[in-house]
Design a protein around this ligand. Structure first.
Ligand code: PEP
Ligand code: MG
Length: 596
């Protein structure tokens, strides 16, 4: 048994198998079971195959444009890709240490890096860049199937504790806190943003441990004792007995009082906080986090999780019904499939975690996608609409159309809804009236919001797409991602315009882009007059806390000043000054206290 002393920031004592998360390296390290070993090794091999293909493509393109000499630069990387010291060695680490492939590849890079650093020859030393490039490519391709830390964290066992070098708000927002019992971090102090989160979620946490993420191995049994400010490695039976007694006395308070309490600003303005979810299973996390309802269910994830049988109306009906009953009396907003043709075609070929589900790829497409695609596949769309309308009897359903660029599409879609309802009526089914809304995520929809508002029951602003299409910045293209800027004056003006259009028609408007999960941006959105948001479940607790400290009248004054400012920099400075924060990137802590 070994004790690591830190700063307890949230009381309680829990035990669990450690999941290690190293943010600095952007690589998650976690334990894999024997049953998953084969899959993990296959994942590594697939990443190598993909990387090889990409490098050959790049080499071919460079050869055509710049000649064979330049192209030969990529030969070195192609050779390295087949070097026994790289992928086969990573596979060995996966097998021996039972760790995930991403982590094994990162280990190899560190080993290689150390060797290159010792080489005197500057030319050879620079080859480290090639290795880094190649490792980066392998890592990127490894993530293709799993996409985000969120998906990785989704695979955790019930009894896990998270050990991280640092837990940023965006990552904390991705954790399913119904599965992670507690956490410990190397960084941090009592004012650490994540400490606030831990207290509001009531998960035991110890921060400021300096090197816990290095000393603890994945899968190791650890105890986190928030009250005693310590993390215990390989606890004795006596310690585990104490943990068990504590657990008996403190049954998890699913939707504890403060979590159930609706969000309100310090000056008494009610703010509705809903959850964005991708899988029906996420409902538990949404409820636990205190979401009032589901503001965005990305139903296209069904395409990859119900065994590919999207044509099965009953199967869909059962899923929607389960969600509506599970969330009652809260409403569930189901967004109809938001995929494009390729993604739809690939759903049966690549069932779970197919490449298209990766965040980087989703949403960067602007062809036959979302509602446009549904309208060209009436058979598929009708199945979804009938399943939804049948389920509507079992709770508060709202149907939302994605990627709408004009009133024509909306009318056509509404006609299809009426048709589905008529079909069901002929079958003798009772169909209640279901509110129908659109996502405002294409600039054309935003600029015609006044026209759309007359023909829908609600709006949901999707800033993830709206920002990229408005600023002409592909959110997946790293070269321009710096320009992907939620605080751009154009974005703020568009949000105000849409809010006003909705207000004139007296329809509700919510905002469901990632922007809402960022506490500082959330305060500005409240200042811009929005009162409904939908966000990743993990972000809700912090949002409630932040809103409780905020005076909406003050934020409205700040927003008025900000709307007159010409640049992102000036807007950011004004916002930070108003909030008394050093930087947007810095974590959210209590007002006036400095961050670690
Ligand atoms: C959006 O575009 O803001 C949105 C919430 O949808 P998605 O990220 O699924 O495209
Ligand atoms: Mg979108």
């Amino acid at each position: 048994m070994q004790r690591l002393k830190g700063i307890g920031v949230s009381p309680g004592v829990v035990s669990g198998r450690a999941v290690i998360l190293i943010q600095r390296a952007q690589v998650l390290r976690y334990q894999i079971t024997s049953a998953r070993l084969g899959r993990e090794l296959a994942r590594l091999e697939e990443a190598r195959t993909r990387s090889r293909q990409q490098l050959r493509d790049i080499r071919g393109r460079v050869a055509r444009r710049r000649g064979p000499e330049m192209a030969s630069l990529f030969d070195a990387q192609l050779l390295m890709l087949d070097d026994p010291m790289l992928v086969p060695r990573a596979a060995e680490i996966v097998r021996q240490q039972r760790v995930n492939a991403d982590w094994a590849v990162q280990q190899i890079f560190e080993e290689f890096g150390a060797v290159f650093d010792e080489v005197a020859d500057p030319y050879l030393r620079e080859r480290k860049g090639d290795v880094a490039d190649l490792v980066g490519r392998l890592t990127m391709n490894l993530r293709k199937g799993v996409s985000t830390p969120r998906d990785l964290l989704r695979e955790l066992d019930e009894a896990s504790v998270l050990i991280a070098d640092e837990l940023t708000p965006s990552l904390a927002a991705q954790v399913d806190w119904t599965k992670v019992r507690g956490f410990a971090t190397d960084a941090g102090s009592r004012t650490y943003h994540t400490a606030i989160l831990a207290r509001s979620l009531e998960v035991p946490a110890v921060v400021g441990l300096h090197d816990a993420s290095r000393r603890i191995t994945p899968g190791q049994l650890v105890v986190i004792d928030g009250a005693a400010s310590e993390v215990i490695l390989e606890p004795t039976d006596e310690v585990l007995g104490r943990v068990a007694r504590y657990a008996d006395d403190h049954q998890p308070s699913i939707a504890a009082d403060h979590q159930r309490r609706p969000a309100t600003t310090a000056d008494g303005v009610r703010i509705k906080l809903d959850a964005n979810i991708e899988f029906p299973d996420d409902l538990a996390a949404a409820r636990y986090a205190g979401a009032e309802g589901i503001g965005l269910y990305r139903s296209e994830f069904l395409l990859t999780s119900v065994g590919g049988d999207v044509a099965n109306e009953d199967q869909q009906y059962q899923i929607y019904r389960g969600m509506l009953e599970g969330m009652a009396p809260g409403a569930v907003t189901v967004r109809t499939f938001d995929v494009d043709e390729d993604q739809l075609a690939s759903q049966s070929a690549e069932p779970l975690g197919g490449g298209w589900a990766a965040d980087q790829e989703r949403g960067s497409r602007q062809g036959l996608r979302g509602l446009r695609l549904s309208l060209t596949r009436p058979e598929l769309f009708q199945v979804q609409l009938r399943a939804l309308l049948r389920a509507a009897r079992h709770g508060q359903l709202r149907i939302m159309f994605p990627f709408v660029s004009g009133v024509e599409q909306l009318r056509e879609a509404r006609r299809m809804v009426a048709e589905a309802a008529a079909d069901l009526a002929r079958r003798g089914e009772i169909v209640p009236r279901v509110p129908v809304g659109v996502m405002i995520e294409i600039p054309a929809a935003a600029y015609t919001a006044d026209l759309l508002a007359r023909e829908v029951d609600f709006f949901t602003i999707g800033t993830n797409d709206l920002i990229q299409y408005c600023l002409a910045v592909d959110r997946a293209d790293e070269r321009v991602s710096r320009l992907y800027e939620p605080l751009h004056p154009a974005i703020l003006r568009i949000i105000v315009m849409v809010r006003r259009a909705a207000a004139r028609q007296r329809i509700p408007v919510s905002l469901c882009g990632e922007m809402a999960s960022d506490p500082a941006l959330l305060t500005l959105l409240v200042g811009l007059g929005l009162t409904e948001f939908s966000m990743t479940p993990g972000a809700i607790a912090v949002a409630k806390q932040v809103l409780a400290e905020l005076r909406s009248d003050e934020m409205r004054a700040v927003a008025r000043r900000i709307l007159r400012l010409p640049t992102v920099d000036e807007i950011e400075r004004e916002l930070l000054a108003a909030l008394g924060r050093p930087s947007l990137a810095s974590a959210w802590g209590p007002r006036g206290e400095s961050e670690p």
